[in-house]
Write a protein that binds this ligand. Structure first.
Ligand code: ATP
Ligand code: MG
Length: 322
């Protein structure tokens, strides 16, 4: 269990929200307590323990084992399902408003759950397009129209989701003041590399050591771009994102392109290879490929355990290759 101390308004919102939401991809509130003593009101929230910490901890290498490509897809899928539930599956809509990597927690099986509902806000009532509110959230994740006008819709969360997808792809923070100036804002830095798909290997997280499915990476970039459309209405709904990610996970598992991403990119970018952008040691590739297929098997068994409706036969070809 983990305890947290925060402001009164956020505390009330968190208790109210976590008291009514119930979904496998939302962290459980185990208990709460507020006591008035000589130091003022002491407030406590107790959550279920998430032993694998946050997505941020993994991407920033605070945790020794880097996340594989398939694990990243699975985490994105889980987090999307959490948001889709809040936006579309309850009697009223909840907008999360603080979707970011440190609020995506990982349980013992690396199932992802959203935490921190202190800033959550009820969505617009029927017929109204948005709610007007003061701008809160975290720099680097908030949608531009929300920051500029205070008009909040569920599509603001979709924008934040797009930012997190780019963090999963690159292993970088949405804003990092320690980097050279032109690299500090993640969305600006990736721009030149994501329009022509052949260059996306430049932005891929070096912790992946080139072990990702190239087509799958391109599709994830394309999904991130959809979530980051300037016009909120052009962004997909989270249920559509869930659908697209599910499809992407199946394709990644079945694709014959998986495990050969390096050699394809080597052919496309001999120059970068010489300059050491990609580490292309063939022995390493072989062992990493085995590791990746192992990841697929692991993912399938955890999916079957937690979702219980995936057809094993759909996944069989990749498992047989191993
Ligand atoms: N239920 C939990 N189980 C395990 N670790 C947790 C849990 N809740 C939070 N943590 C850990 O504590 C860290 C900090 O979380 P916390 O919510 O306090 O701050 P934050 O998400 O970085 O910022 P913010 O206050 O804006 O939400 C997380 O990144 C995670 O590593
Ligand atoms: Mg948090």
């Amino acid at each position: 269990m983990v305890c947290s101390i925060q402001g009164h308004k956020e505390w009330i919102t968190e208790v109210n929200c976590l008291g009514v939401v119930k979904h496998p991809n939302l962290v459980k509130l185990v208990g709460y307590c507020a006591e008035d003593d000589e130091r003022g009101i002491q407030r406590l929230l107790v959550y279920e323990l998430m032993p694998n910490k946050s997505l941020e901890d993994h991407l920033l290498a605070r945790v020794p084992q880097p996340l594989s490509w398939t694990m990243r897809l699975k985490i994105a899928h889980d987090a999307a399902r959490g948001l889709a539930y809040l936006h579309e599956e309850m009697d009223f809509q909840l907008i999360f408003r603080d979707f970011k990597t440190s609020n995506i927690l990982l349980d013992e099986d690396f199932n992802a759950k959203l935490s921190d509902f202190g800033l959550a806000r009820q969505g617009p009532s029927e017929g109204l397009g948005h709610v007007s509110t003061s701008v809160v959230g975290t720099v680097g994740y908030a949608a531009p129209e929300y920051v500029q006008t205070g008009r909040l819709t569920a599509k603001s969360d979709v924008w934040s989701f797009g930012v997190v997808l780019y963090e999963l792809i690159t292993g970088r923070r949405s804003v990092d003041r320690n980097l050279p100036k032109n690299e500090q804002k993640l969305l600006e830095w990736v721009k030149p590399y994501v329009s022509g798909s052949k260059r996306i290997h430049v932005i891929m997280d070096p912790q992946l050591e080139g072990q990702y499915c190239r087509v799958s990476a391109q599709k994830l970039v394309s999904l991130a771009n959809k979530c980051l459309m300037k016009q909120p209405k052009s962004r997909p709904k989270m249920s559509e994102v869930v659908e697209m990610l599910g499809q992407l996970i199946s394709e990644t598992t079945l694709s014959s392109d998986c495990g050969v991403s390096q050699s394809v990119e080597e052919a496309e970018s001999g120059k970068e290879k010489e300059e050491g952008v990609l580490d292309t040691d063939s022995t390493k590739q072989g062992s990493s490929y085995r590791r990746m297929v192992f990841d697929f098997k692991e993912m399938i068994s955890s999916r079957n355990r937690s979702v219980g409706r995936l057809d094993w036969r759909n996944w069989a070809p990749v498992v047989r290759t191993w």
